[in-house]
Design a protein around this ligand. Structure first.
Ligand code: ATP
Ligand code: MG
Length: 251
């Protein structure tokens, strides 16, 4: 299940601005993630982590380089797709947890998850509600189903955003600082959910975080420093996972 990379970035470079103000957020980054892999991306503020997540997930076009994704046996060259095809790919196969939650202000916690299933996946109202409640309950939010984002704490909003990203069992999950607003009890629950999504459902998950407590729970840790991955020895043509260290958790 975890052999071949299903998400690969090749020589990704991305800059912002031009002339004297030009800054390179990514410099020649190559990496690969396998099916069922939970990977952590670490690095100082401004090192390019969010930029890499956005480039790999089809949200931000690189200056140069290539992103290949494999789903259901097909390889997709993400940045060769039309914007519409890319959007379709993201909707169908990707779940996102953004640094700033991005919840709909007018929807309750439960409705935030329900709409993903109803409009994205065509699942009936009743089943969508049941699955949404089940997910919120796993996240410790049973009693908050009917509250709007404005009535939720930061950590509760964050957990709703995580539930929304995982509810449709996406093939790829991109999570930017998913535990930043959580105490460790809730942070650990979230990591456990991500681990289940990866190891039991075969999702490929890339988590950006500064939180070292997550390290023992993940399969792979990537380090970015000033736009470069810290694996100088990574072969250029066949990007392996770029593993700095890999920890297998006991079953
Ligand atoms: N839209 C933008 N316009 C100009 N510069 C940008 C833009 N987005 C990112 N950058 C620059 O690219 C670099 C990398 O930014 P990025 O957001 O990827 O960092 P990060 O590692 O996610 O940091 P943090 O841990 O603070 O979230 C930074 O120097 C940032 O200023
Ligand atoms: Mg960031």
């Amino acid at each position: 299940m975890r052999d071949e990379p299903v998400l690969q970035g090749f020589h990704l470079t991305r800059s912002f601005g031009d002339g004297e103000t030009r800054t390179y957020a990514l410099r020649d980054v190559s990496l690969g993630l396998k099916k069922g892999e939970l990977a952590l991306l670490m690095g100082p503020s401004g090192s390019g982590k969010s930029t890499l997540l956005a480039v790999l997930s089809g949200l931000l076009e690189p200056d140069s380089g290539q992103v290949l994704a494999r789903v259901d046996g097909d390889a997709v060259d993400l940045w060769k797709l039309t914007p519409r095809q890319r959007e379709h790919f993201r909707l169908k196969h990707c779940g996102f947890i953004f640094q700033g939650y991005n919840l709909f202000p007018a929807l309750t916690a439960e409705q935030q998850l329900e709409i993903v299933l109803r409009w994205g996946e065509g699942i009936s109202g009743r089943e969508a509600r049941e699955r949404s409640r089940e997910m919120l309950s796993l996240l410790g939010l049973s009693k908050k189903c009917h509250l709007l984002p404005a009535q939720l704490s930061g950590g509760e909003k964050q957990r709703v955003a995580i539930g929304r990203a995982l509810i449709k069992n996406p093939q790829f999950v991109f999570a930017d600082e998913p535990t930043s607003a959580l105490d460790w009890t809730h942070g650990e629950q979230v990591i456990e959910l991500l681990r289940i999504a990866a190891h039991e459902r075969g999702a490929t998950i890339l988590v950006v975080s500064h939180d070292h407590r997550i390290v023992p729970f993940v399969d792979t840790v990537f380090h970015l420093e000033d736009g470069r991955l810290q694996e100088a020895e990574t072969p250029v043509d066949v990007p392996p996972p770029g593993v700095r260290f890999r920890l297998e958790m006991p079953p």
